[in-house]
Design a protein around this ligand. Structure first.
Ligand SMILES: C[S@@+](CC[C@H](N)C(=O)[O-])C[C@H]1O[C@@H](n2cnc3c(N)ncnc32)[C@H](O)[C@@H]1O
Length: 253
């Protein structure tokens, strides 16, 4: 007889296999409109260690009293921006994302924060010159076509105040940050750390299966009831956190 744990492990292995050719947009379609998912991802940002790495990198340049404005391109649900504003309470942020779903979640979760949350394409987004204290681009280079990455990073420099910083970071692959450079300035500081990162894509696949596969749905719900957990927490435990490397480059103007 197959135990529940063995059954979950089998499903997880199948999803890992499936994740080789998946298209996140299809799988996450409608997902972020669900209340339980919005709450789930808002909590996740507190556990995933990538944000701490980014904020610690900023601390080397900024004291906690620092005043000013930070641009967060590709801000997603806003977890990183909120962590930045919690750490530096005198900083306000401008966040831009091209996903209306992410913008809605972010606005819902950001009451009371000094932030502008704007829907737009970061490839066409301009600012006043000498205006920003930092640009913090985490987890976004993977979405930008390779031939446009350096151009995008170079286009940010005029917006920075003297002494301002650009941080480009990624948790998936070193390659995504390795080749980043700008025409006018070069990134001198390269950072790398070990962190615990949540396996988002695996979670998306498990969630998709929870919606589509009746017997998987039943098993998860039974287990959740027995253990007095939310079904999202059972899926979270199956997907899990993995020790991983996080990479970042920092440039000071
Ligand atoms: C992996 S998430 C990272 C979110 C956030 N920086 C963080 O670390 O939590 C990447 C986000 O970039 C957004 N995005 C991708 N390409 C974009 C573009 N060209 N303009 C604006 N946002 C974009 C996606 O919608 C997604 O929300």
């Amino acid at each position: 007889m197959v135990t529940t744990i063995e059954y979950f492990k089998k499903i997880k292995d199948e999803c890992v296999e499936e994740s080789r050719g998946y298209t996140p947009k299809e799988i996450t379609k409608g997902m972020f409109e669900r209340k339980e998912i919005v709450g789930f991802f808002s909590e996740l940002g507190k556990i995933d260690e990538a944000y701490s790495f980014v904020v610690d990198s900023m601390r080397k340049y900024f004291s906690s009293e620092r005043c000013g404005k930070i641009y967060v391109p590709g801000s997603g649900a806003g977890g990183l921006a909120r962590k930045i504003m919690d750490t530096f309470p005198n900083l306000s942020t401008i966040q831009v994302d091209n996903s209306p779903e992410m913008i809605a979640i972010n606005r819902n979760n950001s009451y009371g924060y000094k932030t502008d949350i704007l829907e737009g394409d970061i490839l066409n987004f301009g600012h006043n010159t000498n205006y920003l204290d930092a640009i913090v681009a985490y987890g976004i280079m993977r979405y930008i076509p390779i031939d446009k990455r350096n151009k995008l990073v170079s286009s940010w420099h005029p917006f920075l105040k003297d002494g301002g910083i650009v941080i480009v970071g990624e948790g998936i692959s070193k390659k995504l940050v390795e080749n980043i450079n700008s025409v006018d300035y070069s990134f001198k500081t390269c950072l790398e750390t070990d962190a615990k990162l949540f396996r988002c894509s695996l979670f998306y696949l498990l969630f998709n299966r929870y919606d589509k596969d009746v017997s998987f749905n039943k098993k998860i719900n039974e287990f959740a009831d027995k253990e007095n957990l939310k079904y999202t927490d059972v899926l979270k435990n199956i997907a899990g956190f993995v020790p991983s490397k996080v990479y970042a480059k920092v440039l000071q103007k």
